[in-house]
Write a protein that binds this ligand. Structure first.
Ligand SMILES: CC(C)(COP(=O)(O)OP(=O)(O)OC[C@H]1O[C@@H](n2cnc3c(N)ncnc32)[C@H](O)[C@@H]1OP(=O)(O)O)[C@@H](O)C(=O)NCCC(=O)NCCS
Length: 148
């Protein structure tokens, strides 16, 4: 099966969103609206990637950093194209780019019940970070409540 890799641009949004919607283990929320993905891509130029087979997006990952840590979000490969090395190559390209930009560590967020995803990451040497929990606050609600 032929596929090619390239940078993810906002022109890919519909195809990438379709892939994410059809992929178990990927949860979409307000941060995944077109304008928010456009903003993410603007802040992190040329780091996110897609795999394209024919006219279809068959793999995608968002990649960015905050100057300190790298982050990968929403790694997904279409069921029809799994176990062909697409996920591995998407991740490897992102990590190489992050390293070139001076980023020494990369984080991912994984749903606790995503056994397939966890097995993939562990297979590639990723380890759970002991002693840390993710905490979060909605800034939408905070902004509404502050009256500013
Ligand atoms: C996880 C996922 C991205 C893997 O994509 P993929 O293209 O099928 O993976 P690859 O073909 O690149 O696999 C590369 C290597 O990982 C291994 N691998 C792939 N899936 C694996 C799994 N579920 N468990 C263990 N190892 C796995 C392959 O055997 C291969 O090993 P090798 O390099 O030693 O030969 C894909 O299964 C997927 O989209 N899952 C649903 C979404 C998800 O869970 N995303 C991660 C959460 S953010």
């Amino acid at each position: 099966m032929n596929h090619a890799f390239r940078a993810l641009t906002i022109a890919d949004y519909d195809g990438v969103r379709r892939l994410w919607q059809n992929t178990e283990g990927v949860g979409l929320n307000e941060s995944d609206r077109r304008e928010n993905i456009a903003s993410f891509l603007d802040r992190n130029p040329d780091l996110s990637r897609v795999a394209v087979g024919g006219d279809e997006i068959v793999g995608a990952v968002l990649c960015g950093h905050d100057g300190r840590r790298g982050y990968l979000h929403h790694l997904a490969v279409a069921k029809t194209h799994r176990r062909l090395g697409i996920g591995k190559q998407l991740v490897a390209a992102c990590l190489a780019d992050l390293a070139r930009q001076g980023i020494s560590k990369c984080n991912i967020f994984l749903f606790a019940d995503n056994a397939v995803g966890e097995a993939f990451w562990q297979h590639h040497g990723w380890a759970k970070r002991a002693g840390l929990q993710v905490m979060q606050k909605s800034l939408i609600r905070a902004a509404q409540n502050c009256g500013c």
